[in-house]
Design a protein around this ligand. Structure first.
Ligand code: NAG
Length: 367
């Protein structure tokens, strides 16, 4: 088995509030994923270490100067920001929490096996358009907590997860992600992105499953996301309404996050476009009514409506009428912190809820 080396260039002492990636967790997952993969690829150059067993002593020739090596981990903490990449076998490169300001053309040269690159919490504002050249194995690219103002050009073509949380991105240019056919997760939250900053065709060519643009400056649901999307996280924006056109393209949506917006109004007919939805977060908005059409969503299990201005609940607001079948019963309906007169709500309004804690009506029932 090939020896995978993990290079850590962790510098401690920075106090920005961010969630570091636990690289050892990734290593475990990577191993599980690769355990079944037949090792029949371009391994000729690895023959010299093919006889190594789990737990055997690491050959010191693989240990870069100034670093500490154990069988599967190379620790190079406190080495400054320079990247010495003589290690073509590196699969995970953890550069979190450093002071890197720029990624140059050749910084990652030779890291042809790299699978995960963690650049979270640096000061990166510039990435050379050829910096990710030839990184065909790169699947995870985490650039959150940096100073990027736009999406870097020529992203690695086989990337599965791209994370840009909390940068300064205010514009997504047309075809920004073109060619990234394997991308599943695109995290763009906590950027100063308004709808006008998303160019028409920005998401061209994607078949992404998750897109997150929470904590941004959106005032409407973007209509240009890939139609493959199953999860949309748009919490903490300034969206004021939900309209029929909003979801027409998103038939596969299963989870919708719209909490902490300024939504006053959900147009009747908008929710029927997302028949597979399981979970809707509309809490902490300005709704005066239960959104129309919930009772036609046969798979909906969780609907969060607390912290609105809903003053009444009708007997058919949540549950199907007559002989219509609900495939999944609700496990959570939250209505607390609304001006509902709870004693006026007919118990039958919740006839399609399962579990004793399924409905949260008053403030006394905390989640
Ligand atoms: C919403 O539209 C449906 C279908 O046209 C209709 O049956 C229903 O009564 C409407 N609901 C409201 C609250 O207007």
């Amino acid at each position: 088995m090939r020896v995978f080396i993990l290079l850590c260039l962790l510098a401690l002492g920075n106090t920005k509030p961010y969630q570091p990636v636990n690289v050892m967790e990734f290593m475990k997952n990577y191993d599980i994923m690769m355990a079944d993969a037949v090792d029949d690829d371009d391994d000729e150059e690895d023959d010299d270490d093919s006889d190594e067993d789990e737990g055997s002593e690491e050959e010191d020739e693989n240990c870069p100067p100034g670093c500490h090596c154990s069988p599967r981990v190379v620790q190079c903490s406190d080495q400054g920001t320079q990247i010495k990449n003589t290690l073509s076998k590196i699969v995970l490169l953890d550069l979190q929490n450093n002071d890197i300001t720029e990624i140059n053309e050749n910084d990652f040269k030779g890291l042809s096996k790299l699978y995960g690159l963690f650049l979270i919490n640096n000061k990166i504002s510039k990435i050379h358009p050829k910096a990710f050249k030839n990184m065909y194995n790169l699947r995870l690219l985490y650039l959150s907590y940096n100073l990027l103002t736009e999406i870097p050009a020529n992203l690695p073509p086989n990337v599965i997860e791209l994370r840009f949380h909390e940068n300064k991105i205010n514009r997504i240019q047309k075809d920004a992600f073109k060619g990234l056919r394997k991308l599943h997760v695109l995290e763009l939250g906590a950027n100063p992105l308004a709808n006008s900053g998303i160019e028409l065709g920005a998401f061209n060519g994607l078949s992404t499953l998750y897109i997150g643009i929470a904590e941004a400056k959106l005032n409407a649901i973007p209509k240009d996301f890939p139609s493959s999307i199953t999860e949309m996280s748009l919490d903490y924006n300034k969206i004021t309404k939900v309209e029929v056109e909003d979801f027409i393209r998103y038939k596969n949506l299963q989870r919708l996050g719209l909490a902490f917006n300024q939504i006053k109004f959900v147009e009747n007919g908008s929710l029927v476009s997302i028949p597979n939805i399981r979970e809707i977060h509309l809490d902490n908005n300005r709704l005066k009514k239960v959104p129309p059409g919930l009772n036609s969503l046969r798979y909906l299990q969780m609907i969060f409506l607390h912290g609105n201005k809903i003053s009444s609940v009708g007997v058919n607001d949540f549950c199907p009428i007559g002989s219509s079948v609900k495939k999944n019963l609700y496990t959570a309906i939250s209505l607390f912190a609304n001006p509902v007169k709870y004693w006026d709500v007919q118990p039958a309004a919740f006839r399609c809820v399962t579990g004793r804690r399924g409905v949260q009506l008053g403030n006394f029932r905390k989640k």
